[in-house]
Design a protein around this ligand. Sequence first.
Ligand SMILES: [Zn+2]
Length: 290
Amino acid sequence: MSSLPLTLSLFAAVALLLWGSLWGSFLNVVVYRVPAGLSVVRPRSRCPQCLTPIAGWHNIPVLSWILLRGACASCKAPISPRYPAVEATMAVLALAVGMPWLPSILDANPMPWQPVVAMLGEQAFVFTWLAIALIDADRFEVFDALSLPLPIAGLGLAAAVGDLRGVPWQQAGVGALVGGAGFALISWTYGRVTGREGLGLGDAYILAGIGALLGVNALPAVILAAAIQGLLFVTCTLVVRRRATVLAERGLASARHFALPFGPFLVVAGVQWLLLHRWLGTAVALWLPQ
Ligand SMILES: [Zn+2]
């Protein structure tokens, strides 16, 4: 693989960060409005406290929050630091997902469409995954409007640029089937054995999408990573809670009823695979001086 000039690499990296932060800004809108059944297009963003429309120069990702010191410009109501955090996260992820594609996008003239489609497709997946994870963490709900299109989009991406991404359509198709059907089966068995509903069908859609984007080979590692990180999170949370609870009895009682959505952990594991799988080798080769 060839190496890009450093200035071009830096310029492209900054462009990807800005691009990602715009997605992040829209992500906040989606997470806030989709569960409420509101349009994500209009009206334009308002302060939830005083309903004043947010001016363009007060709606710059991350930067506006810092300049406004985390408060609404008109009513001074505090704005949650989650908004700039989501914008910054999406910016960094857009960069991390895009960087391995930069050499093949920028090194050819004219610019080839395949790596551009592959990069945009992966970024759109990360965007939708984050929306699903944030809403699931907030409300214990996976919205079909977000999770159902992913398996289809993954198959479309595989048909268009599957070989370039290393996930040909056969792998994507089997991945979607195994992810969806396999998880639905696990969920059904879990329900029959324990007599309660633990894993929702929403998680099956998420996993079908992961299988379609990353291929069937990625599924065992992604499920394992999600389960391990979910267990670690539960354990840490329980330890902290038990210490915080004065009455040990109460702490144990709440521990037994501790529930956690699995979707966010599936998303985290999916992003980890997407990045680690290709990122390490390609990005290191791109940024190391020749
Ligand atoms: Zn306000």
